[in-house]
Design a protein around this ligand. Sequence first.
Ligand SMILES: CCCCCCCCCCCCCC(=O)SCCNC(=O)CCNC(=O)[C@H](O)C(C)(C)COP(=O)(O)OP(=O)(O)OC[C@H]1O[C@@H](n2cnc3c(N)ncnc32)[C@H](O)[C@@H]1OP(=O)(O)O
Length: 158
Amino acid sequence: MHINTKNLKAIQDLYPDELAHCYGCGKSNPDGFQLKTYLVGDETIAYFTPQPKYTALPGSVYGGLIASILDCHGTGSAAAFVCKNEHISLVDATTIPVRCVTALLKIDFKNPTPMGVELELKGKLRSIEGRKIWVDMTLTANGIICATGEILAIRLKD
Ligand SMILES: CCCCCCCCCCCCCC(=O)SCCNC(=O)CCNC(=O)[C@H](O)C(C)(C)COP(=O)(O)OP(=O)(O)OC[C@H]1O[C@@H](n2cnc3c(N)ncnc32)[C@H](O)[C@@H]1OP(=O)(O)O
């Protein structure tokens, strides 16, 4: 079921301008994917429909693209979970004082990811240990989990 994100703020839209140029999710990168991650309760969600140019075998999505969007969903999720943990409201904020980068990313490709359908990415917090945030992720198409991911994101120092 597609969650209505219309009244939610995407984490990536709350990154300070100077940290918002990421190819995968930066709002200030017009040539990038501009992935949007939303915090919904205890999990994060993002939707993305790859263009046909990101084909692997005909009809299926290139694995690098899958890794790329899970990477950005992971760092966005990590920032969102830190905000939740520290009671930083995403509703009132225009920017958040939390930015995370990827230290480690693992992807398991479970099934071919079909081209031409909207992909659903979800994130769940595993743990926050100081500046280290572990997030578990799934990427689903047509109700089938095509990939799972785990990320260790590191919160940047001020
Ligand atoms: C891109 C970085 C630049 C930042 C500025 C621009 C922001 C732009 C944002 C856009 C980005 C968009 C998103 C992207 O695409 S990010 C792009 C891809 N990622 C990178 O380029 C990151 C490159 N790596 C680094 O810059 C540093 O290594 C970081 C910042 C990650 C940590 O270096 P830092 O000096 O800060 O911290 P630390 O070394 O004390 O480590 C902290 C803790 O983490 C543990 N640990 C670390 N690695 C691993 C590992 N692989 N497995 C297991 N554990 C690991 C480590 O043992 C320690 O644990 P503990 O001993 O405390 O228990």
